[in-house]
Write a protein that binds this ligand. Structure first.
Ligand SMILES: Cc1cc2nc3c(=O)[nH]c(=O)nc-3n(C[C@H](O)[C@H](O)[C@H](O)COP(=O)(O)O)c2cc1C
Length: 389
C-alpha cells in the first residue's frame, strides 16, 4: 500500500524512489565521504539498555518539561532549510504537526516559509534558527522579526562558518537559484508525482524560495555557499544582551566550547554535527553529547541531534544525557515517502516506540530516564561511566 512504512529506513527507500534524485540527495547527503551521517546512528545502535521488570508501566507519559515549556514528547523537529523542495508545503506540514502534538518545530533562516507564517500555524510551538550571515543588517532584522512574531526560543547555529563540500549536490548541479539543464529536467520528468505536485504549487504560489530572505527589508539575498562567519564569540555576547528570551547554541561538540558558551549565559547547548553535513571527521553526535554533559554538569539544559531514526534512539539519547532530542532527516524521509500522511506516520511511530522502550526499561515517564538505563558495557562507546543503579 502506498506510503506504508514501518521504520525510517523503509521511509527513506520510499522517499528515494519518489523524489527527484537532486532533491533526495539534498536531504540524504552529507559532507565528504558521508561516513559520519551513518556513524551517528551506528554508535547509538551499539548502546545497550538494561530492562527492569515488575514496575507499573501500564500508562507511559511522553510529556516533557524543557526550558520552562511543556512539550507533548521529548523530541521535536530540527531546523531544515528549503524543506518545500522535499514536497510542496512541507514547512506547513511540519508547523501543523508541531501545533497538533505540542512539539517544537525549528524554523531555519533558509526556510521556504516566512518565520511569521510558521509561528502562526505552529500555534506558538516554533523556535527560530539564526545563521549569522556576513550581513549584520539582515541578521539584526531576523532577530527583531523573531521577537515581533513572539518566538520564545532563538537558536544560533555555529557549525557552518564555511559550507562543507557536499559531493552529491555538486554532482547533481544542485544550486540556488536553480539551474535547469537537461540533467535536471530528466530528473524531474522521471519523477512525475513530485513534479506534478510541485508544478501545481508553483502555478499557485511561485517557485519555492527562501522566504525570510525574499521578504527582507534589508534586501538580503540567499547564497547557499556563503560563509556564516558573522558568528564569533563577540557576536554571541552581543546576541545574548540583545535577545532576552531563551537562547540556544546549536552545533557544539567540544566540551571546552560548551563550557565557554554556558559562561556567556546561553540557556541551552545543542550538541550536533549537523547530521554529518559539515565536518565529516567530527565525533559521533552521541559521544559528543556524553562528553559535553560531563563538562556542563547535570543541571544545564542540553539538546542533541544526529542520527536519531527511531524511538529507541530517542530513549538512548535521553539516557546518555540529553534533556531534549531533535529529528532531522527522519521527518523528511516521512514526508518524502507520503507527504503529510508520511510525516504523521513517522511521528506516530517514533512516539509509539519511545513509549514502548520506556515501558520495557520500567519507566512510565520521561523524567525517569537517565544513565542508570545503560548497561555497564558499550562496545565502541567507552565515554560513558558504568551505572546500573
Ligand atoms: C535538508 C537539511 C537541511 C538542513 N538545514 C539546516 C539549517 O538550515 N539550519 C540548521 O541549523 N541545521 C540544518 N540542518 C541540520 C539539522 O538541523 C540537524 O542538525 C541534522 O539534520 C540532524 O541529523 P540527522 O538528520 O541525521 O538526524 C539541515 C539538515 C538537513 C537534512
Amino acid at each position: 500500500m502506498a506510503g506504508r512504512f514501518f521504520s525510517s529506513d523503509e521511509a527513506r527507500l520510499m522517499a528515494r524512489s519518489r523524489l527527484p534524485r537532486m532533491m533526495f540527495d539534498f536531504v540524504d547527503g552529507a559532507a565528504g565521504d558521508e561516513s559520519l551521517r551513518d556513524i551517528n546512528s551506528r554508535v547509538i545502535d551499539a548502546i545497550r539498555l538494561m530492562p527492569r521488570v515488575l514496575a507499573d508501566v501500564a500508562t507511559r507519559d511522553l510529556s516533557n518539561r524543557f526550558l520552562g515549556m511543556e512539550t507533548g514528547s521529548p523530541f521535536g523537529i530540527a531546523p531544515m532549510g528549503m524543506c518545500n523542495l522535499t514536497w510542496p508545503g512541507a514547512d506547513m506540514m511540519l508547523a501543523r504537526a508541531a501545533a497538533a502534538r505540542r512539539i517544537p518545530v525549528c524554523v531555519s533562516t533558509a526556510s521556504s516559509t516566512t518565520l511569521e507564517a510558521m509561528q502562526e500555524v505552529a500555534g506558538g510551538n516554533a523556535w527560530f534558527q539564526l545563521y549569522a550571515d556576513r550581513s549584520a543588517a539582515f541578521t539584526d532584522e531576523l532577530v527583531d522579526r523573531a521577537e515581533a512574531a513572539a518566538y520564545e526560543v532563538l537558536i544560533l547555529t555555529v557549525d557552518v562558518p564555511v559550507l562543507s563540500q557536499r559531493i552529491r549536490d555538486l554532482r547533481n548541479g544542485f544550486k540556488y537559484p536553480f539551474h535547469w539543464g537537461p540533467r535536471q529536467i530528466w530528473d524531474l520528468a522521471t519523477h512525475p508525482r513530485w513534479s506534478i505536485a510541485t508544478l501545481g504549487a508553483t502555478l499557485a504560489g511561485g517557485l519555492p524560495r527562501t522566504m525570510n530572505y525574499a521578504t527582507s527589508s534589508s534586501g538580503a539575498s540567499f547564497e547557499r555557499g556563503a560563509d556564516r562567519t558573522g558568528a564569533d564569540w563577540d557576536y554571541l555576547e552581543r546576541l545574548r544582551s540583545r535577545w532576552k528570551r531563551k537562547l540556544v547554541i546549536k552545533g557544539v561538540q567540544c566540551p571546552a566550547d560548551a563550557e565557554r558558551i554556558k559562561s556567556v549565559g546561553a540557556d541551552a547547548i545543542w550538541v550536533s554535527n549537523h547530521g554529518g553535513r559539515q565536518l565529516n571527521a567530527a565525533p559521533s553526535a552521541i559521544e559528543a553529547l556524553a562528553a559535553v554533559r560531563d563538562t556542563v554538569g547535570d543541571d544545564y539544559p542540553v539538546i542533541m541531534d544526529g542520527g536519531i531514526r527511531s524511538g529507541e534512539h530517542v530513549v538512548k539519547a535521553l539516557a546518555c544525557g540529553a534533556d531534549f532530542v531533535m529529528l532531522g532527516r527522519t521527518v523528511m524521509y516521512g514526508i518524502g515517502a507520503d507527504a503529510e500522511r508520511g510525516l504523521s506516520r513517522m511521528l506516530d511511530q517514533v512516539s509509539k516506540e519511545t513509549a514502548t522502550v520506556m515501558g520495557l526499561l520500567g519507566h512510565s515517564s520521561v523524567a525517569g530516564l537517565g544513565r542508570h538505563c545503560l548497561t555497564s558495557s558499550h562496545p565502541g562507546f567507552a565515554v560513558l561511566p558504568a551505572s546500573n543503579a
